[in-house]
Write a protein that binds this ligand. Structure first.
Ligand code: AMP
Ligand code: FE
Ligand code: FE
Ligand code: ZN
Length: 284
């Protein structure tokens, strides 16, 4: 039977709600053969996830989801990496964390004019070392009783067009494709057409440029892509020689996405392994 591997999941180390160990255990429970742990802008979950994966015999890919932007287009880049601390990426993440802290101070100031919430309240929602973002501010507002859940906060006051929204300046996708490649990793574009991000997407020319720089795949199977979008992206991927990926983008209780609801074909996983750069544990 074909292996089922979900190549996009989050833990408490970014904005998910499961510890890396719980994430791995739940992957087993839902019958997955493997997952990639892809927290935002950090490798912090890798060690605990690897230990848990070894315990329960789950295939684990060490990954990360990097926030990027170019020409006002928000882009999330998945990087699947070898089992080592990739120098330049660590520095990039440190800079990102600092920029995000400054931006969150300003968002808390704005939101604080209408809701009793402080930076300390937001910090309570952040695992040490995680990149602070809107999900944590949302969780703080839920904890204070203003909203029922994170999605409601986003829908009502944390969208990009909200008066509380403060932008920050992420690196470009081209830079980050290069950094992932330089670290011996494999870059894949996460949910290239997901809604809610200004509805602006990379053009095929921009995708071709990334492909020339080493982009390996497009995450086509994702809950924010309808059938039509998936068909279009499959054609783009075929034209540019990019592999099709599928991931749940599971965030625990932070989003409705279900672990394992999308998976990546085993043949693509094999190619990741063949590229040698991917640390895959417990491969049977
Ligand atoms: P930020 O990087 O701080 O601007 O926040 C973006 C993060 O918020 C993304 O990584 C998503 O995981 C999360 N997010 C965006 N929209 C929503 C939503 N409607 N509900 C829950 N989480 C969301
Ligand atoms: Fe997220
Ligand atoms: Fe994403
Ligand atoms: Zn994600």
């Amino acid at each position: 039977m074909a292996l089922r591997i979900d190549t996009h999941t989050h833990s408490l180390c970014s904005d998910g709600t499961d510890t890396p160990g719980e994430l791995v255990a739940k992957a087993r429970v839902v019958g997955l053969d493997g997952i990639a742990i892809t927290d935002h802008d950090t490798f912090d979950g890798w060690q605990e996830a690897a230990q848990a994966a070894t315990r329960v015999g789950l295939l684990l890919i060490r990954g990360v989801e990097i926030s990027c932007r170019v020409e006002c287009i928000s882009v999330h880049l998945l990087g699947y990496l070898p089992d080592r601390e990739a120098g330049q990426l660590q520095q990039t993440f440190a800079a990102v964390h600092e920029a995000r802290q400054e931006r969150m101070c300003e968002m808390v100031r704005r939101v604080g004019e209408d809701y009793a919430v402080s930076y300390a309240d937001v910090l309570e929602q952040v695992t040490e070392g995680a990149a602070i973002g809107r999900p944590h501010l949302a969780d703080a507002l839920v904890a204070k009783g203003y909203f029922a859940n994170r999605s409601e906060v986003f829908d009502r006051i944390l969208g990009r067009d909200s008066k509380y929204y403060v932008p920050w300046v992420p690196p470009t996708p081209l830079e980050m494709v290069q950094q992932v490649v330089n670290a011996g990793g494999v870059p894949v574009l996460a949910h290239p057409r997901s809604a809610g991000r200004n509805r602006r997407f990379l053009s095929e020319e921009q995708l071709a440029e990334l492909a020339d720089s080493g982009l390996f795949g497009l995450e086509i199977s994702h809950r924010e892509h309808g059938a039509q979008t998936r068909a279009e992206l499959s054609e783009v991927a075929a034209r540019l020689g990019l592999r099709p990926f599928g991931g749940s983008d599971y965030h625990g209780l932070g989003k409705p996405n279900l672990l394992g609801e999308n998976t990546t074909d085993e043949r693509v996983i094999d190619e990741l392994a063949e590229r040698g750069a991917i640390a895959i544990l417990n491969r049977h």
